[in-house]
Write a protein that binds this ligand. Sequence first.
Ligand SMILES: [Zn+2]
Length: 79
Amino acid sequence: MRRYGVDQQMFDAMYFEQDGQCAVASCVREAKCVDHDHVTGKVRGLLCQGCNVAIGFLESPEWMEGAHGYLVEHGGERR
Ligand SMILES: [Zn+2]
């Protein structure tokens, strides 16, 4: 685990702190990825692979708009 400048020790400490679970409260999958704020470079937490990808998308307003448009178009928008 040499990625993103987070060493094994730091990863283990965060993993322990999160009980090995993804930092997204509603998610129960195993934390495997180090999530960063792409603007500041600051480490935010450990996420499962799915949430890591999802958070990346959520940070893109263009993607959000496109995805929302897709759901509306197919009548799948849920509140
Ligand atoms: Zn997750």
